[in-house]
Design a protein around this ligand. Structure first.
Ligand code: NAD
Length: 342
């Protein structure tokens, strides 16, 4: 199949090209993000391959359909950037990579927790400059801390397993209960109890209309003073302005982010010689107790290999008229959410 690959970076070329050759797909790598301005680049391509900050809203989907696209294959698990109803209406199949390496994201989550609370970002710079003072680097033991996991799916489950190894006490909130995490000593509680009891709150649920700004001013006010919040899921789970107020008041003691609600204008680009015009993001960068990575939690060899295999495997199945099992049907997704409600 001829596939236009949007938001293509060197690592996408490397991993996707290897699989494409074997599967017999012809890939065109395009650096721009897919959006209303760039959608014309996809004209004539039966397959279009996109990543998390591409936009496939109703208008883009209609333009893709008009240009002959029949398959939208996502290099991601999350699909909040795709209008599934529009895709269904235009008979475009949407397929994703449901799991590529939950370990990559879970391990990065734990790396962020340790990095922010032991102030490793500050320590690294200090030592390089010959400053061996410890003032300002005081951390805390993770052992015996209460960790609140919101979303105990594939990634949340592994985070629970790792944090059990640290000797933490585990609480969780999810709309569906995962029996495996109970074996790690996880106790399910309601959201308000999790907010009130936990020292560390880590987000592993998808971004949906129900979870948009799940962590807002009201939620932050219910949390323990000095709480650590970690988000490796999707930026818009947190109301960033409310988080900034929480940091200023001291209610939030540590904030570690791999995602940011307006990351589409920033992440995955080298902007080091430009002025950052996002004042909210810039304010975040001024706090000593904020640690940010630019959506790199997934970024391991294992994960990229699995993403390439599944993304192009979805195209192979589509071409053969078969289902890969990774297709997102609008009704199925709606049904899934209904099923997930308590
Ligand atoms: P998953 O589908 O296995 O688990 C998600 C869990 O969230 C499920 O148990 C589901 O029941 C729960 N959930 C759904 N709605 C909820 C709600 N309203 N409140 C609480 N829980 C809810 O997904 P996963 O593979 O564990 O991935 C989790 C998220 O991580 C993805 O949605 C994606 O946004 C994010 N992610 C980020 C990266 C990265 O590089 N930073 C990489 C992969 C995935």
């Amino acid at each position: 199949m001829r596939i236009a690959v949007f938001s293509a970076r060197s690592y996408d070329r490397r991993f996707l090209s290897e699989v494409a050759e074997r599967e017999g797909h012809e890939l065109t790598f395009l650096e721009p993000r897919l959006d209303r301005q760039t959608v014309s680049l996809a004209e004539g391509y039966e397959g279009v391959c996109i990543f998390v900050n591409d936009t496939a809203d109703a208008e883009v989907v209609a333009a893709l359909a008009a240009g002959g696209t029949r398959l939208l294959t996502l290099r991601s698990a999350g699909y909040n950037h795709v209008d599934l109803a529009a895709a269904a209406a235009h008979d475009i199949t949407v397929a994703r990579v449901p799991a590529y390496s939950p370990y990559a994201v879970a391990e990065h989550t734990v790396a962020l927790m340790l990095a922010v609370e032991r102030r490793l970002h500050r320590a690294y710079n200090r030592v390089r400059e010959g400053n061996f003072a410890l003032d300002g680097l005081l951390g805390f033991d993770l052992r015996n801390q209460r960790i609140g996991i919101i979303g105990t799916g594939k990634i949340g489950e592994i985070v629970a397993r790792i944090m059990r190894g640290f000797g933490c006490s585990l609480r969780a909130y999810d709309v569906v209960r995962n029996e495996t995490v109970r074996d790690y000593g996880v106790r399910y509680v309601d959201l308000d109890t999790l907010f009130a009891e936990c020292d560390v709150i880590t987000l592993h649920c998808p971004l949906t209309p129900e979870t948009y700004h799940l962590i807002d001013a009201e939620a932050i006010a219910k949390m323990k003073p000095g709480v650590m919040i970690v988000n490796t899921s999707r930026g818009a789970l947190i109301d960033t302005r409310a988080a900034i107020e929480g940091l200023k008041s001291g209610r939030i003691g540590n904030l570690a982010l791999d995602v940011y609600e307006e990351e589409g204008d920033l992440f995955f680009e080298d902007l080091s010689d430009r002025v950052i015009t996002d004042d909210v993001f810039s304010r975040l960068l001024t706090f000593p107790n904020v640690f940010i990575t630019a959506h790199q939690a997934f970024f391991t060899e294992e994960a990229l290999r699995n993403i390439a295999e599944t993304t192009l495997g979805n195209a192979t199945a589509f071409e053969a008229g078969e289902a890969s099992g990774n297709e997102l049907a609008e009704e199925a997704v709606r049904g899934d959410h209904r099923r997930q409600r308590p």
